[in-house]
Design a protein around this ligand. Structure first.
Ligand SMILES: [Zn+2]
Length: 123
C-alpha cells in the first residue's frame, strides 16, 4: 500500500463514537453469555430421556457451547479494543501498524488488522 492510500488516523470524536459502540457490544455480549450459562450445562445422563432425544440434547448443547466460545472470543476482542482506547493506541493494525481507518472500524470496532493484513491472513 502506498503512503497516500493509508486511511486517516481517527479523530477524537470518531474514537469516542467507536468506544461507545464497543461498550454497547461488551454489555450485549456479557448479557448473552450470562443467559447462555444455563443452556450449556452438561447433559444429565440420569434423566429418563430416550436415546434419540439425548442425542438431540447433546447436539443442542454442542451448538450452544460453540456459540458461547465464539461470543467469549468476541468479548475478549471487544475488551482489548477498549483497553487500547484507554492506552491511546487504538485503531492501528497489529501487523503493519498503519491506521486501520474509520470505515472499517465502524463496521468492526474490535478489528485489530487493517484490510490488507486481514486479507493476507485469510488467503
Ligand atoms: Zn496491516
Amino acid at each position: 500500500m502506498d503512503f497516500e492510500d493509508w486511511p486517516d488516523e481517527l479523530s477524537a470524536e470518531q474514537i469516542e463514537e467507536l468506544a461507545e459502540q464497543l461498550e454497547e457490544m461488551e454489555a450485549r455480549l456479557t448479557a448473552r453469555l450470562e443467559a447462555h450459562a444455563d443452556s450449556a450445562k452438561p447433559v444429565d445422563l440420569d434423566q429418563p430421556i430416550g436415546r434419540l432425544s439425548r442425542m438431540d440434547e447433546l447436539q443442542r448443547q454442542q451448538m450452544a457451547q460453540a456459540q458461547k466460545r465464539r461470543e467469549k472470543a468476541n468479548l475478549q476482542k471487544v475488551r482489548s479494543a477498549l483497553d487500547r482506547i484507554r492506552r491511546d493506541n487504538y485503531g492501528f493494525c497489529m501487523e503493519c501498524e498503519i491506521p486501520i481507518g474509520y470505515p472499517r472500524l465502524k463496521a468492526q470496532p474490535h478489528a485489530v488488522l487493517c484490510r490488507d493484513c486481514q486479507g493476507a491472513r485469510e488467503m
